[in-house]
Design a binder for this molecule. Structure first.
Ligand SMILES: NC(=O)c1ccc[n+]([C@@H]2O[C@H](COP(=O)([O-])OP(=O)(O)OC[C@H]3O[C@@H](n4cnc5c(N)ncnc54)[C@H](O)[C@@H]3O)[C@@H](O)[C@H]2O)c1
Length: 359
């Protein structure tokens, strides 16, 4: 006996009508609400579907957190080379977040309308471990992400670096300075890879009218830095907390400027949402300068450490001075850093203290 359509109302008060009514009641929910989406609906993108390459890294995880907190859909793409799931574990319950294991040196086909391209190991120990892969990540990664931006017409931001200035003769460095970079040294895989990525960004902009944004990031620190990445802030803090000697390269008089991660993420988001046609490059960093000796002494004091300072030879190609000129960021983005070194270091020391207690 054919079953009456389940939307129909059965008027027969016999036994079969009873069963039909029952069947209608128990008809699985999914017949009415299919468990799959119409494929067409998966292609329609919301106004703010954002791809972050390298989203499980230090900066990427903070950016992911920030963009989720302002109700965006975020797709994190990462090969977990230096990043970790731990960095974004606290965000995994958020239904607006998707995470995909993928290496940006291979093409990627997704539907997005903003791309933050952060994928690239950032610390010398990591990028020098496999220098060929480092250059590939910067160059092939840029080509693949620019190709994706071209297909989807997404706005794309490149996380470039102050390393494009190399060992500068100009101090502080404005964006107009072309840099002094050794093309064949051990840092070149990173520096030249990033320079070439900038070239690709500007050529895609000129040739294909891509909506590009380039930020040149100066030394940034904060919670979720890799504890073994050999960068000066994490190095000093871990050594201080473990009561080990603090290694100072050279005489400790070389200066650096340090930007707290929250400030930097704020600048990146401001840059992404800046006026159309403003491409940068724009320096993002904290212009306050400190010598390595001052940094070590501040960390010793804030962590109540009894560690001693020891001196080791300066690594090859290590720049002696680096300080951003942020006039452009102030004018175009209305941005400048707010967190001072001591406050930022306190947060970072607290993070490493908890991390070391759990390992
Ligand atoms: N932290 C800084 O002070 C600083 C300064 C200048 C520039 N930057 C740039 O910002 C970006 C993020 O830096 P970070 O400090 O968060 O470093 P990080 O090493 O913590 O993050 C890089 C992320 O990219 C991922 N990754 C690396 N190669 C990849 C590949 N081939 N495919 C997919 N994912 C890949 C890593 O797993 C990691 O999650 C980098 O591009 C870096 O060059 C950072």
């Amino acid at each position: 006996m054919p079953i009456a359509p389940r939307v129909g109302i059965c008027h027969h008060h016999d036994r079969s009508s009873f069963f039909i009514t029952l069947l209608n009641k128990v008809t699985p929910f999914f017949l009415e609400y299919p468990m799959i989406k119409n494929p067409a609906s998966t292609n329609t993108i919301s106004a703010n579907k954002i791809l972050i390459t390298g989203g499980a890294g230090f900066l990427g995880s903070h950016l992911t957190e920030k963009l989720l907190s302002t109700d965006n859909d975020v797709l994190v793409v990462d090969n977990f080379y230096t990043g970790s799931k731990q960095n974004i574990a606290h965000l995994l319950g958020n239904s607006r977040l998707e995470v995909m294991r993928h290496d940006v040196t291979f093409p990627l086909y997704v539907e997005v309308n903003q791309i933050y391209n952060l994928a690239c190991p950032a610390s010398p120990v990591h990028y020098q471990y496999d220098p060929v892969q480092t250059t590939k990540t910067s160059v092939h990664g840029a080509i693949n992400m620019l190709g994706l931006a071209k297909r989807t017409r997404a706005r794309i931001l490149q996380a470039s670096t102050s390393e494009v200035y190399g060992d500068p003769e100009v101090h502080p460095q404005p964006e107009s300075y072309w840099g002094r970079v050794n093309p064949i040294g051990i840092r070149s895989c990173y520096d030249e890879g990033k320079r070439c990525a900038e070239t690709l960004f500007f050529d895609y902009h000129r040739q294909h009218q891509l909506d590009i944004k380039v930020v040149r990031i100066f030394n940034t620190y904060g919670p979720r830095m890799h504890p073994n990445d050999g960068r000066v802030v994490s190095n000093f803090i871990v050594q201080a907390l473990q009561g080990k000697d603090i290694t100072i390269y050279g005489d400790g008089q070389q200066t650096r400027s340090f930007c707290y991660v929250d400030d930097l993420i704020d600048a990146m988001v401001k840059m992404m949402n800046s006026e159309t046609g403003f491409t940068g490059p724009v320096n993002t960093g904290n212009p306050d300068e400190f010598t390595m000796l001052q940094l070590a002494e501040t960390i010793l004091r804030l962590s109540n450490s009894k560690s001693k300072l020891v001196f080791a030879p300066l690594p090859s190609d290590d720049p002696k001075q680096r300080q951003p000129d942020i006039t452009l960021a102030k004018a175009k983005l209305g941005w400048e850093p707010k967190v001072n070194l001591e406050d930022g270091l306190k947060e970072t020391i607290a993070y490493f203290k908890a991390l070391l207690a759990n390992t």
